[in-house]
Design a protein around this ligand. Structure first.
Ligand code: FAD
Length: 328
């Protein structure tokens, strides 16, 4: 029996003793849980519905030193073809609650709430600025972790406070400045804290106008992005102070380039799409190719935005290794 299998057996025994409530499944396919629809299985997948159970689970996992990872809506994840040897945790139940305070133009949202539901509720009460998050797939927790947004606007600009489970498994509340929000980054990308929920707040806007802007943005995405084909959205962050990553990939003549079942989209060059039978390796190959060709042509080193699940090296090191091996 492998080391991880033994640890997982012990985890299941301990959770049973603790009267843990949550949905547990073994050897669970992760591809259907991600927008990319690629990758292997998780040793264990656990859906947790409340803070008490999450704390018991995290304490037990930490005590057994089992690798773990949180997944939200799976809109920005690339799962390894060999899957994830450990526990994948997904928040559900009370983490899906949303409480609206119309007078204060404030919403308290659990992390498992779909971002679109937050946008719709915000629009209903005239939360100015919420329209900028329209059309971004995934959950509220994932959006906070990624500081998701469009152009210069991101969710961090609307956040008042965030409830987290700390690395020591205690619950605490962070104020906005503690979260270190900058373009597509937050403090959570440097820690193993779990985002439980957040409060968003803004000035009063006109609900009708906000709703029109939401629909306009969603329609525009349909025109400019291949949203009907599996992808993780933009693969690379836009380089600082200059044009978009997609512009540089297009300039390098890579639109439509294929590897296995993966393709650099002809509609939007910063999207690598899964045309039906892509593997994670196919997608990584195209990422390494785009990064190398853009560096050669424009001197810009593209910085990936997508997050990895189940790889034993950081993304940059994986791309470096592919680049060296393939001699593009
Ligand atoms: C078609 C398409 C278009 C997109 N357009 C945009 C866009 O315009 N702007 C943009 O910013 N992004 C965009 N994205 C990317 C994606 O939608 C965002 O990154 C989104 O915020 C990811 O949320 P998620 O819940 O799916 O997170 P996941 O992909 O599930 O996870 C992302 C990361 O967040 C972590 N995480 C998730 N939940 C928690 C939690 N509760 N606590 C701690 N860590 C957590 C995960 O461990 C992982 O590291 C697009 C994606 C697609 C497929």
């Amino acid at each position: 029996m492998s080391d991880i299998r033994g640890k997982i057996d012990r985890l299941l025994e301990k959770l049973d003793e603790l009267d843990f409530h949550g949905e547990i499944s073994l050897d669970t396919p992760l591809a259907p849980m991600t927008y990319y629809k690629v990758g292997g299985n998780a040793s264990v997948f656990i859906e947790v519905g409340g803070t008490v159970d999450l704390v018991s689970l995290k304490n037990t996992i930490d005590g057994l030193s089992i690798p773990w990872m949180l997944i939200g809506g799976g809109a920005n994840l690339l799962v390894s073809d060999s899957g994830f040897k450990g526990v994948i945790i997904k928040l559900a139940g009370s983490f899906s609650e949303i409480i609206v305070d119309e007078d204060k133009i404030k919403i308290r949202s659990g992390s498992a709430v779909p971002l679109l539901s937050l946008v719709r509720e915000g629009s209903r009460i005239g939360m100015a600025g919420i329209e900028r998050l329209a059309g971004i797939p995934g959950s509220v927790g994932g959006a906070v972790y990624m500081n998701a947004g469009t152009f210069g606007d991101y969710i961090g600009g609307l956040i008042e406070s965030i409830d987290i489970l700390t690395e020591n498994n205690t619950v605490t509340t962070l104020k906005n400045p503690d979260c270190e929000f900058t373009y597509r980054t937050s403090r959570f990308q440097k820690t193993t804290e779990i985002i439980l929920g957040c409060s968003v707040k803004s000035e009063k806007g006109d609900p009708g106008k906000i709703n029109i802007e939401i629909e306009r943005r969603i329609a525009r995405r349909k025109d400019t992005q291949p949203i009907e084909i599996p992808s993780c959205g933009c693969v690379f962050r836009n380089p600082d102070g200059c044009r978009s990553a997609g512009f540089f990939i297009q300039e390098a003549g890579l639109k439509g380039t294929k590897k296995g079942g993966a393709e650099i989209s002809g509609k939007h060059a910063n999207f690598i799409v899964n045309t039906g039978h892509a593997t994670a390796s196919d997608i990584l190959f195209l990422m390494a190719l785009a990064r190398k060709k853009v560096r050669d042509l424009s001197g810009i080193n593209l910085d990936p935005e997508v997050r990895l699940v189940g790889f034993d090296k950081p993304l940059e090191a994986i791309l470096d290794a592919i680049e060296k091996e393939e001699k593009f």
